[in-house]
Design a protein around this ligand. Structure first.
Ligand code: GAL
Length: 416
């Protein structure tokens, strides 16, 4: 008996030692709190926990991560950053410049990221040639999500031009439905705005205006026209739009209360979570006049430099798991995005994702992909904030498109 107890005690002790030696904790700051998003991020948590690590969730609600970024800055300034945080685009470089980030080259080399992930993405993940962030997925921004039953009831056609949009929206309104489910938050307004710019003025113009912030493009007849088209959409939204969360707008399309939503393909995550089928329950088409254009948005995680050896191991495991085939498949099916690496099985993906995969691969090869300004892929957070401010002021007041275009130039100059 004594021997048994002693052995059992030893086993318990060894077990503890074993789990302590191999398990670390990652505290992960992110903004994935909607139905589809939460389901998606749970995939990563489960994979890490299966390897014995602990996931401390630091979810900060708020689409596009504005609130999450405020929390992150506060935590970092207090010298208490999380182990990993969802950060994207040029902001990655800003964090790396602060000297706070972990170098992920070891895992990247072992897992061959350089060869499996397109350079349009790896370039964003590296600082001075070293990986400081892990790419998660690719989202396409310029989608329009439609409830086909409403179109049928209203005798309207799904539009491919803004003129057709007006005709369809008028018919839908006359039939007693809300044409557009709109979320009046500055990031959502910017999301719709940038798609309109691409559609109306073309990809070259988009790059000049919203990537290079060329003053001649920002204040130009093309920009004025795009601003006017953007504002025209407002005629087909409801009075409760201000402040509405994006997933609430998606729910209106899902429930048959509204006919269309302009939103990136994380919206598909909501349709999927609600058990809806693409093609029959809902239809995804390019935002009018943007067929063939691809505004892209890559989610990614930065890791903060931690001293604790076990936490370091957990970070490395998280980085490796994010680019594993299992995670890339399950996460992206739930999230509405597509895998960021090659070699992932396509069988579980629907037609919308397959189309996006083809377009992304073609765009990466011909260098025609456009980084999303609204989703932090194109300009610094300060410049993005300046553009948000003008766009939202214009959308929510009686400011003229001409004045808004002029203000874009001065606001961007002040922020640069
Ligand atoms: C984007 C992000 C997506 C999605 C969306 C809404 O910026 O890349 O993954 O979460 O915000 O929150």
């Amino acid at each position: 008996m004594k021997i048994f107890i002693k052995t059992a005690a030893m086993l318990v002790c060894c077990g503890l030692l074993f789990s302590q030696a191999f398990a670390g904790e990652v505290e992960v700051l992110h903004w994935w709190t909607s139905g589809g998003e939460a389901k998606s991020v749970a995939v990563l948590k489960n994979l890490l926990e299966k390897e014995g690590h602990t996931w401390k969730d630091m979810a900060v609600a708020g689409g596009a991560g504005e609130n999450a970024m405020t929390v992150l800055k506060t935590r970092a300034m207090a010298g208490n950053p999380p182990t990993a945080a969802q950060v994207k685009g040029p902001a990655i470089q800003e964090w790396a410049e602060e000297g706070l980030l972990a170098n992920l080259d070891e895992v990247a080399k072992k897992e061959d990221w350089d060869n499996l992930v397109p350079s349009v993405v790896t370039d964003i993940m590296k600082y001075k040639g070293s990986y400081v962030a892990v790419p998660v997925n690719v989202h396409k921004i310029n989608w329009m999500w439609c409830n086909p039953a409403i179109f049928v009831k209203a005798g309207a056609r799904i539009p491919t031009t803004w003129e057709q949009f007006k005709t369809a929206a008028q018919k839908i309104k006359a039939a007693g439905f809300l044409p557009v489910a709109f979320g009046g938050q500055s990031w959502q307004e910017a999301t719709v705005f940038e798609s309109v710019v691409v559609g109306q003025a073309g990809p070259e113009f988009y790059k000049k205006a919203l990537v290079d912030t060329d003053p001649k493009a920002l204040n130009s007849p093309e920009m004025i026209k795009a601003l006017e088209t953007f504002k025209m959409i407002k005629n087909f939204t409801d009075k409760d739009a201000p402040g509405r969360d994006w997933n609430m707008a998606t729910a209106m399309v899902i429930k048959g209360e509204a006919a269309m939503q302009f939103m990136g393909d994380w919206a598909k995550g909501e349709f999927t979570a609600a058990g809806k089928n693409p093609g029959s329950d809902y239809v995804a088409v390019p935002v009018p006049e943007t067929a063939g254009s691809y505004l892209f948005n890559v989610d990614s995680f930065i890791m903060f430099d931690v001293k604790d050896k076990e936490a370091k191991k957990a970070q490395a495991a998280m980085a490796r798991l994010i680019l594993s085939n299992t995670f890339q498949e399950v996460f992206n099916v739930n999230k509405g995005s597509i895998p960021v690496k090659t070699g992932v099985s396509k069988t579980a993906f629907d037609d919308i994702a397959l189309r996006s995969m083809d377009e992304f691969a073609a765009g990466a090869a011909n260098k025609t992909l456009m980084p999303s300004m609204a989703h932090g892929m194109a300009v610094s957070p300060a410049v993005q904030g300046a553009i948000y401010d003008v766009v939202t002021k214009f959308y929510n007041s009686d400011m003229s498109a001409k004045d808004a275009a002029a203000q874009l130039v001065s606001a961007v100059a002040d922020a640069e």
